[in-house]
Design a binder for this molecule. Structure first.
Ligand SMILES: [Zn+2]
Length: 233
């Protein structure tokens, strides 16, 4: 099992997953998270251990902006066995990165880790109003290039997905070493979703969790219910 970290070290959201204001403004649902860097660095690092499924320009005929440019320079990475802190399950996800500045620095078949520089976020693609990363998570790893929220035409790399198997990235995000989250109040996302992102658990945290979950400890806790413990100084 792995804990995914944030795609940007100085992470600042600009639009949340299935945000209501987004839908009323753009007329369609937002199946990912939009984010920028509060520090100005546009570096995008791997979220954890993954494999690149596709990397390239989604625009038709070499178009990088405007009509026919699709989602711009894109990257698709499969991360296996990722922990969802809400459902407490782990599963494989396809992470799709859109609007990258240029061709990703990794290519199809490459292995990535949390330390791999994948490329830089930018402003390529048709529906973007400024440099940012759109990152989308999909549990359907069998068809990694099918993406919810896309128009059928105008794409060279990604395809229109019709079944919604997306998941809110915030459920899987954790704060990695040296990372931080800035989330001022905004109608474009629920700031508490982002301020609730925990740090990647340390080994000590994992041991404590394992002890709490062990059948013996659970039994002791169950037995102690209703027992008043009096302590003296
Ligand atoms: Zn977006």
């Amino acid at each position: 099992m792995q804990y995914l970290k944030l795609p940007i070290d100085s992470f600042k959201p600009t639009a949340g997953y299935k945000n209501a204001k987004y839908k009323s403004s753009w007329g369609y649902s937002h199946y990912g998270v939009d984010c920028v860097s509060a520090s100005g660095s546009r570096n995008l690092y791997g979220l954890g251990d993954g494999i690149v499924v596709a990397a390239g320009l989604d625009g038709l005929n070499g178009k990088t902006t405007g009509k026919g440019s699709g989602c711009g320079f894109c990257l698709v990475v499969v991360y296996e066995d990722c922990y969802d802190r809400i459902s407490k399950e782990s599963y494989n996800v396809v992470a799709t990165y859109m609007h990258m500045k240029a061709m990703p620095l990794v290519k199809k078949g490459d292995k990535v880790t949390g330390k791999t520089l994948l490329g830089y976020y930018g402003n390529t693609g048709a529906n973007t109003t400024g440099p940012h990363l759109h990152i989308q998570f999909d549990k359907d790893t069998k068809y990694p290039l099918y993406c919810c929220g896309l128009a059928a035409a105008g794409h060279n790399l990604l395809k229109k997905g019709t079944v919604d198997s997306t998941v809110d990235p915030v459920r899987l995000f954790h704060i990695g070493k040296g990372q931080k989250v800035t989330a001022p109040s905004s109608a474009w996302y629920d700031r508490w979703d982002f301020l609730g992102i925990p740090e990647i658990p340390t080994t000590a945290d994992k041991i404590i969790e394992a002890i709490k979950e062990s059948p013996v400890v659970k039994k002791v806790v169950e037995k102690s219910k209703g027992v008043t413990v009096v302590t003296y100084d």
